[in-house]
Design a protein around this ligand. Structure first.
Ligand code: KIV
Ligand code: ZN
Length: 561
């Protein structure tokens, strides 16, 4: 792609911009346009019954303004609009809006769709960029303005004549705002509001869209700030933004335009919409919530919402989509896993230190969205000790000793390298067993009876039955405890010298029937050591199995054959 080929929107700058110093402290008004902008871009548009469920979902989340369609352009949208009104499906605190072009017969049809409604907004749009006015519609600025104002008059008069009881509001969008001449748009919007003549306390929504994202988000913000400076009817209007995502910055653009003074945002859940979509309201709202803004939208069970959206739209969710992606609460890299683990363990301390919830490598608590850390750590060839410790702890209740972890993680990495894919926690467990539990070769433990000495119960006499190189041995040993007695007994085997280098014991699970697990490292004369693991009904049985496993690993090459 040539960098000289394109004609991006002319750079827009303003003097002494203020928005970079502003913070978003209050919630914007939200308008969900999923059922119109989102739906019109679906490969398989929703049926009226799917739209009913989607509408309900939007109200459950807390949207109070919902654009339900373009009824003069689509029979399905017309039907849906009629059903919503006739079946009294609009909650009292929700206002629906419908889109129309500035054409007489389409406006007339829009009113047919709205018959019987108590309250609604008619959303009128007309393109104001030179590109559109001249090359799509063959109109100049004057003709465009005339068309828009005629449409406003028609809407006002029809509402007064045909629906005097209803509360019909106006929304006006200069389509391609970010590619339009600002003086022209300001003049047009003022004329629209003057023509509408808002009643006291009534406000016209002026929606200033980035119909196609043609400029960086800071320039959209500049345009909004400058529009508000020049526009003279702010007390009769609500300034709204509507970002598309062609350059991938719709969320940023919406945030910056809110900093620049926009009061209302239009968008869709998960960003469904033409081309790269509309701004994703789920991400935007959760970003604001994270920054301390009470958005009034509830995403407590975000995955249920996401699942429903996938079902209704037929569109999959990218695994890395913010907040709802399958992988967004998952860390593969060992250093990240380790940091998260440490953070979780000291969560309360961190909250106190930073004056709010904070963890390394993660910006919000998955539980707040009905998600969990369960799958936070997944294992592949880049995973380290922290991740392996985490999955063995969460899935098997094991606390692997630090000194064993380094060795275990090498084995898991080797396994993952060979598998060349993500490794399940069951496979990590299998690696642990395959490598460290060796009860058969060359020493096979048959049985162990530790008994207190008849005269001195502080002394334990151990009787060990083993098979070694095909022969069965009954060995005796005495020690201060069952493990010492066992080691003494084993010394009767023709083995190289060995001693106990490390020992840790733990319980698997917390019930009275919990099994015991022991981690043991035996070392030879030259201080070479190997870990072995043993599991048993009690600590003694687990320990002797661990010792046998460790010796088998330590001496396997020297003793076999
Ligand atoms: O993207 C756009 O400009 C629109 C208008 C109809 C507001 O969807
Ligand atoms: Zn749009």
């Amino acid at each position: 792609m040539s960098h000289q080929k394109y004609a991006p929107a002319a750079p827009y700058t303003i003097s002494e911009r203020e928005w970079p110093n502003n913070r978003i402290t209050g919630s914007p008004q939200w308008c969900a346009v999923d059922l119109r902008d989102g739906n019109q871009a679906l490969p398989n548009p929703m049926t009226p019954s799917q739209k009913h469920r989607y509408f309900e979902l939007l109200t459950e989340i807390g949207f109070k303004q919902i654009e339900i369609g373009f009824p003069s352009a689509s029979n399905d949208d017309f039907t849906f609009c009629r059903e919503v009104i006739e079946n009294d499906r609009i909650p009292q605190d929700v206002t629906i809006s419908v889109l129309t072009q500035a054409r007489e017969h389409l406006i007339a049809r829009t009113f047919e769709a709205l018959k019987g409604v108590k309250k609604a907004v008619i959303h009128l749009y007309i393109a104001t960029s030179d590109l559109h006015m001249e090359y799509v519609f063959g109109k100049d600025k004057k003709e465009t303005k005339e068309t828009a104002l005629n449409a406003v008059k028609q809407i006002r008069e029809t509402a007064q004549q045909q629906m005097p009881e209803a509360d019909i509001g106006l929304q006006f969008s200069p389509e391609e705002f970010t590619d339009s001449n600002l003086d022209f748009v300001v003049d047009l919007c003022e004329a629209v509001v003057d023509t509408w003549k808002p009643e006291e306390n009534e406000k016209v929504v002026l929606n200033l869209p980035a119909t196609v994202e043609r400029r960086p988000p800071n320039e959209y913000a500049d345009m909004i700030e400058e529009f508000i400076r020049r526009y003279d009817r702010t007390d009769q209007s609500i300034i709204s933004v509507h970002a598309h995502n062609d350059m991938g910055t719709a969320v940023a653009a919406s945030e910056l335009t809110l900093m620049a003074g926009a009061e209302r945002v239009e968008g869709t859940l998960l960003g469904h919409g033409e081309r790269s979509g509309n701004v994703d309201l789920l991400t935007l709202a959760l970003n604001l919530q994270y920054m301390g803004v009470d958005t009034g939208l509830d995403f407590t069970n975000v995955m249920d919402v996401a699942d429903e959206l996938v079902e209704l739209t037929g569109m999959p969710i990218h695994p890395r989509a913010p907040y709802v992606g399958e992988l967004v609460f998952t860390a593969f890299a060992g250093s990240h896993q380790d940091a998260v683990n440490k953070g979780i363990q000291r969560r309360d301390e961190l909250t106190e230190k930073f004056g709010g919830w904070k963890l390394p490598y993660i910006h919000i608590a998955p539980q707040d969205l009905g998600r969990s850390f369960d799958k936070f750590v997944r294992i592949n060839s880049q995973s380290g000790k922290g991740g392996i410790a985490h999955v063995l702890h969460t899935d098997y209740g094991l606390r692997i000793p630090r000194s064993l972890l380094a060795d275990l993680s090498r084995h898991v990495q080797q396994y993952a390298d060979q598998a060349a894919r993500e490794v399940e926690s069951k496979e990590v467990w299998d690696v642990l067993n395959d490598v460290y539990v060796r009860l058969e070769d060359p020493i096979k433990l048959l049985n162990y009876w530790p008994r207190p000495n008849k005269d001195d119960p502080a002394q334990i006499e151990g009787e060990v039955h083993v098979e070694y190189k095909g022969e069965t041995y009954q060995l005796q040993g005495t020690g201060t405890g069952p493990i010492a007695a066992f080691v003494k007994a084993l010394r009767h085997l023709p083995l190289p010298e060995f001693s106990l280098a490390e020992y840790e014991e733990d319980a698997i699970g917390r019930s009275a029937e919990a099994e015991a697990i022991c981690y043991v490292a035996m070392e030879d004369q030259d201080k070479n050591s190997e870990f072995g693991i043993g599991v048993g009904p009690n600590i003694d049985q687990a320990a002797v199995r661990a010792i046998v496993s460790s010796l088998n690993r330590l001496f396997e090459d020297r003793l076999r054959g």
